[in-house]
Design a protein around this ligand. Structure first.
Ligand code: ARG
Length: 576
């Protein structure tokens, strides 16, 4: 795989520094130029280097340029301002490069040299309840990352660490057996898990006898009582059906094969605790088995425990996670493990990662990363809730989005047949919710706003889908098209061609930083470039040769948007 333009320029600048006899620890600090007159790429590293060398930055810049090994793809190099170096990409070279691409945009995806295993832990809902908006981010961010990593050539293993064990199940099973004794059909009862959970909780909180039975039920379940296990698995299976229903609507890749529930680690938890004890890391605190790691202190500087076993013998979230780490590192042979989990669990992951390394639950060179994300907020700036203050079920959210999308689509296309409008609205509705989320910097909270996400203007799914459909309609109108040689003359043609080329530059960054929003930003800029190209450069009405070249550019731009959508886990339509 050829290196991207970005990487190549960066390394020729670094080499030129060395060739100029200035082998300091130098960073070219390459960026995209912000203004046309500054070219396409800009090296900002000369200023700090000159400061360090105590020489005039413009003099240093010209020394570097003198030694610079100018590749074919650069048409011009200039010094700007106090000592920036600007690089202009050659139109001729871009014409050649895009022509040789034909329409195979897949070749824009860099391939990794080492097919290492990346485990991605995402979605992981708690099965006691129905999936709600809190599960959206993990599910779609994780899904996008898993698509990107597999396309880059890594061996990706998805792990859906669903919460199917723990004390709530005692309460649910008690309610379930009460219902059964009353002769109620459980399947109907569980059609709405939220209501079922609420009813169980009501009994648990108000009826001491129920609460007592619920506690006994947990003990029986955990000791492997066959009747309890049967009820439990009945519940879990129905709950999983709900999840897979949501996955299907969201178009995420998770399948039954990716399930690795908490309960699957039950049999090894005791051994985990013994292992930690044998390594001399375990201490007892108020009857519980805990680990106190040096660097973890709470308020008032008191040591912060990782609790592995409660005084009643029960194991915890952390214990299961240690078992999962061991499985992923040793059995799945992961080189890198990503946890796409809410930022509020940051401390939990810091602690178990530190313990896992210390107690060798993972191999030495296994990289562990928490990929945190913020909360989805309502317009009032508070966590997104229904009017009555309940959590919003993911299914309801998607219903509403499709409904709203239908209104928008109808406004835009009142004459389109109703079935077609609904089909379009379905894709627009789901895409809008996903795109609004994926396009934000995942580390921050964001405000969920129907009007912006369904708008046909700005960095939104409908805008991009519209741009894509526009391209497809041009291609349809052209009749038969051959993707022939591309000749770039106009500056809008160049901007579009260069942008297409730069697809190479972002995917590795997405993989390294685990930031899906880089793809969104890229596809958005590409669509904007396309729209200005289309405005300035007639396609179908141009002279035959220019027409063919521009059509080819349209086709490749379309393929690139399509590829971006695939990687984000979004569907695209040829007509809107
Ligand atoms: N079930 C957890 C929750 O709902 C998320 C699981 C994340 N994965 C993990 N290995 N801890 O918060």
């Amino acid at each position: 795989m050829k290196k991207s333009l970005f990487d190549q320029i960066e390394s020729i600048v670094a080499n030129a520094m060395i060739a100029a006899g200035l082998a300091i620890d130098f960073k070219p600090k390459l960026t995209y130029s912000t203004k046309k007159e500054f070219g396409d790429y800009q090296a900002n590293g000369i200023l700090p280097a000159a400061k360090q060398l105590k020489i005039n930055p413009r003099d240093l810049a010209s020394k570097v340029i003198e030694k610079l090994d100018k590749p074919e793809f650069i048409s011009k190099i200039e010094i700007a301002g106090p000592g920036f170096i600007n690089f202009f990409i050659s139109k001729k070279w871009l014409s050649k490069s895009l022509s040789s691409l034909k329409s195979d945009v897949d070749s824009l995806i860099p391939k990794c040299t080492n097919r290492k295993v990346i485990v991605i832990d995402y979605s992981g809902p708690n099965l006691a309840k129905e999936m709600h908006v809190g599960h959206l981010r993990s599910t779609i961010i994780g899904d996008c990352l898993s698509r990107v990593c597999s396309r880059l050539g890594y061996s990706v293993i998805r792990q859906n660490h669903v919460g199917d064990w723990g004390t709530q199940f005692g309460m649910l099973l008690t309610h379930m057996s009460d219902m059964k004794n009353q002769g109620t059909a459980i399947k109907t009862e569980l059609a709405d898990l939220e209501v079922f959970y609420k009813n169980a909780k009501k009994h648990f909180d108000s009826d001491p006898d129920f609460a007592q039975r619920a506690r006994e039920e947990v003990v029986k379940l955990q000791s492997g009582d066959p009747t309890r296990l049967k009820y439990w698995s009945e519940f879990i299976n129905i709950s999983l059906e709900h999840c897979f229903d949501v996955y299907k609507r969201l178009g995420v890749l998770l399948s039954k094969n990716d399930l690795k529930p908490e309960s699957s680690y039950n049999s090894v938890l005791k051994g985990i605790v013994e292992d930690v004890r044998a390594k001399g890391l375990l201490s007892e605190s108020e009857g519980a088995q805990c680990v106190f790691l040096e660097n973890f202190k709470g308020r008032d500087d008191e040591p912060l425990p990782i609790i592995l076993q409660k005084s009643d013998g029960g194991f915890l979230y952390a214990t299961t996670d240690l078992a999962a780490l061991q499985y992923r590192s040793y059995d799945l042979n992961a080189s890198r493990i990503l946890y796409v989990v809410d930022i509020r669990q940051a401390l939990h992951f810091e602690q178990i990662f530190a313990l896992a390394k210390k107690a060798s639950f993972v191999k030495k060179n296994c990289v562990l990363e928490h990929i945190p994300f913020g909360t989805m907020l309502g317009k009032d700036g508070k966590p997104f809730k229904t009017r009555s203050g309940d959590t919003v079920k993911l299914n309801d959210l998607l219903d509403e989005s499709v409904e709203r999308a239908l209104k928008v689509v109808t406004e835009k296309n009142p004459n389109l047949d109703k079935i077609k409008r609904s089909d379009i609205a379905y894709v627009v509705g789901i895409n809008a919710v996903k795109y609004a989320d994926l396009s934000k910097n995942r580390k921050s909270n964001y405000v969920f706003d129907w009007d912006t996400m369904l708008s046909f203007e700005g960095n939104t799914a409908p805008y991009l889908m519209y741009a894509y459909a526009r391209i497809q309609s041009i291609v349809r109108d052209a009749g038969e098209v051959k993707v022939n040689d591309i000749t770039i003359n106009e500056s809008e043609e160049k901007d579009l061609a260069l942008k297409i080329h730069q697809f190479r530059e972002i995917l590795n960054k997405v993989e390294q930083d685990c930031m899906p929003n880089y793809i969104c930003q890229y596809v958005y800029e590409l669509a904007v470039n396309f729209m200005s190209f289309y405005e300035k450069c007639p396609v179908l009405k141009a002279e035959p040769e220019i027409r063919d070249s521009r059509l080819a550019l349209c086709i490749i731009a379309g393929h690139t948007i399509h590829l971006g959508f695939d990687l984000l886990g979004l569907k695209i339509l040829n007509r809107m």
